[in-house]
Each structure stands twice: as C-alpha cells, then as structure tokens.
Design a protein around this ligand. Structure first.
Ligand SMILES: [Fe+2]
Ligand SMILES: [Fe+2]
Length: 165
C-alpha cells in the first residue's frame, strides 16, 4: 500500500469517526437546549460524511454490490463471532456491567445483520424493497414493521424508528 493509499484510509477512518462524534455532540447540545450549536454539529457531521465517502471512493474501496455484500457479511461475522465475544469477556473480567450489556445486545444485532446481508447476497435482484425499523436502544433492525417488543433488548414498539429510505 502506498503512502497516499494509507492516507486515504486513515482519512476515511478519521472523517467517519468525526461524523458519529459530532452527531453524539449534537444530541448533547439538544439536551442542554443549545439548538443552534446542535444544528451546527449536525451540519458539519453531514459534511464529514461527504469527506469520508470521497476518501473511500478515491481509495477504490467501493466495489460491486456482490463484493460489498461479501465484505459486509465477513465484517459482521467477525464482529459477532470474535470481536464482541472477546469484548464481552473483557468487560465481565473487569466488572464493567454497562459495557457488558451493551456488547451483548450489539453482538446479537450483528448476527442478524450478517443474516440480512446473506439473504440479500443469495438473490440481490429479487431482494425486496421494504421498510426497516431500528430499535433506538439496541439497534435491532426489523424488516417490514416494528415488533411489539424488541426481541433483543425488550424495548417497547415506541422505541423503534423507521429507517431512512
Ligand atoms: Fe452490524
Ligand atoms: Fe432493542
């Protein structure tokens, strides 16, 4: 990998993180009734997404949808079979209960994500155009409609937001 290729991937990682960080900061600004600052954080977050996507494309990391689905499956699978199980163990060992619970929820959702991507990869052309509902507590990703209760974290139906189109 050349220096510039590495720079592109470093910049992609940095801009991606800045996007989520600023969205987190925007939520906090809303909690502090600082709506103007919240809007600024959200606007700059949106701009960081444009930077991140540009770096990823320039680095040649966006391939065909079939290849992208394969990469997504392998990433999600790594997360739920290796990364999170190890993190759950670490959190238990260190008695970090909040992290343990968060990792346990997320771990289950990542397994579901890998299943969804596998379904899509099996027949991309006929994969349905459907709505998704996301649990605000755990990120559970439900197809079609929100369940009465989140099967992962037990949250009420009201905790689900419709995913952006
Ligand atoms: Fe995931
Ligand atoms: Fe949930």
């Amino acid at each position: 990998m050349s220096k510039t290729e590495k720079d592109l991937m470093d910049a992609f990682a940095g801009e991606s993180q800045a996007n989520r960080r600023y969205l987190g900061f925007a939520q906090r600004a809303e909690d502090e009734n600082l709506s103007g600052v919240a809007k600024l954080f959200r606007a700059v977050a949106q701009a960081e997404t444009i930077h991140a996507l540009k770096h990823m494309r320039t680095a040649g990391k966006v391939k065909t949808t079939k290849e992208n689905l394969e990469e997504a499956i392998s990433g999600e699978t790594h997360e739920y079979t290796k990364m999170y199980p190890q993190m759950i163990e670490n959190a238990k060992e260190e008695g970090h209960r909040a992290a343990q619970i968060a990792f346990e929820y997320v771990n289950k959702v990542e397994e579901l994500h890998s299943q969804l991507f596998k379904k899509a990869l099996a027949d991309p052309a006929n994969f349905p155009v459907q709505d998704y509902w996301i649990c605000r507590v755990c990120g559970h990703t439900a197809e079609g409609h929100a369940p009465d209760t989140c099967p992962i974290c037990g949250a009420n139906k009201k905790a689900f937001d419709k995913a952006e189109p």
